[in-house]
Design a protein around this ligand. Sequence first.
Ligand code: ADP
Ligand code: ASP
Ligand code: MG
Length: 468
Amino acid sequence: MLLVMKFGGTSMGSAERIRVAARISREQHQRRPVVVVVSAMSKITDLLLDSLRKAEAGDQSDLDQNLKTLYARHFECCRELLPPARQEAALAGIHGLIGEFSRIAKGCLMLNDRPPRSIDEAVAIGERLSALMMAEYLESEGVPAAAVNGADVIATDAVFGNATPLMDATRERAAKILRPLLDQNILPVMTGFNGSTLDGRPTTLGRGGSDFSASIAAAALDASELWIWTDVDGIMTGDPRLVPDARVLDAVTYNEAAELAYNGAKVLHPRTLAPLVERHIPVWSKNSFAPEKPGTRIVPKIESTRGPHAVTSMADVALVSIEPANSVLSGTKVMARALGALARANVEVLAITSSSYRQNFCFLVRQSELERVTEYLEESLSLEFAHGYLKPVSVDCHVGLIAVVGEGMRGTPGLAGRIFTAISREKINIIAIAQGSSELTIAIVVHRDGLNRAVQAIHRECGLGVAN
Ligand code: ADP
Ligand code: ASP
Ligand code: MG
């Protein structure tokens, strides 16, 4: 029965948008128990992170400017949203939260430092501000509601900035914090994005992590559905900013949605589906700007799908190649050592290819992780480099990743050929290709200059813009 709904940054981006989100929440709350998970207002997380960077750099006046913007945006929204009788208390609440943020930022300013734990505590204040406003507004509309800090519900490990939930502890916390509210017919408005370690240190789940918070809450409470409200009509065959004729998909599988998200489709946080798989909880991706549209259903399995479903891309990636200088070393051992180093560096490998175990092998990582990658590789293969068994690690940052995704590609002959031909017709050079034996995704690395054109060419060649 329980429905968990998440509203993203644009869906919470102004008084007008919060009113719509609250209306949707109220409609559902009249029918069944609901938990709402909210993001910070659009661009607020960026502003908070920027403020902390300014603070670390000792840039007091820029920090003050940012704080002013932060106050102005939330005060203005609050005044527009709430009836006069409720404003004083809400404005005091906002003042208190921004005060908390500013104390942490001032601490960074004094120390010329930005400890990861303080970043996580500070940045989650964006979500706490929007949860406060949403709960106040719902109450003012006669819907009993309570703002809940996700840090009190979601238990995580201590990987600050990219924490992983501890599901058993989260279930216990959800039973203690959310269940009693639901039992009293109170609508919990929980912050997305944040959690805390078992000993109470604040963490966050990675950028875009409110989707993940919502799916963690849905799994912890055995919800019957999760609805993710965003600013597009659902999951599309391509990024609508890149592919003008991208089409909304009626349904995709968990696997397809996860592949799309991991390969750059921002519409979902990559780890959103993982907590739901075991309990088969269905997800809907819906547009809060057009709530009457059906959106995309994300389900464990879809009968009879044909060909690819969607194409996505990532630009901020780097291709790292390792090449033996001679045949003295065992290629397998070099690969094992390199992958071990990446695991220790906590780096995610986006794609990996090798044509033969004796030759060059290369893998794709995010540019933001490149420094850690080279540091760990050089450390764990230092002897091989020193003795000249391996050529120096080569890094190509002028590349992009394309992923063509679809369960229906399995066993479809000729598809890869058509995709590669479409790319070469655009005179774009393919640098590397990887396809897992599950045939769910074909990953293609191309020169960055050709990335967008290649995505468009594949979308066209596979007829993704045309409903089948
Ligand atoms: P929210 O703030 O609601 O979480 P996001 O900005 O994180 O929203 O994600 C929604 C955006 O994802 C859309 O506005 C769209 O530009 C982008 N996007 C990228 N790829 C896709 C895709 N395949 N389908 C739908 N949207 C996509
Ligand atoms: N506000 C956070 C971010 O911008 C989390 C989210 O919106 O999902 O990354
Ligand atoms: Mg998002």
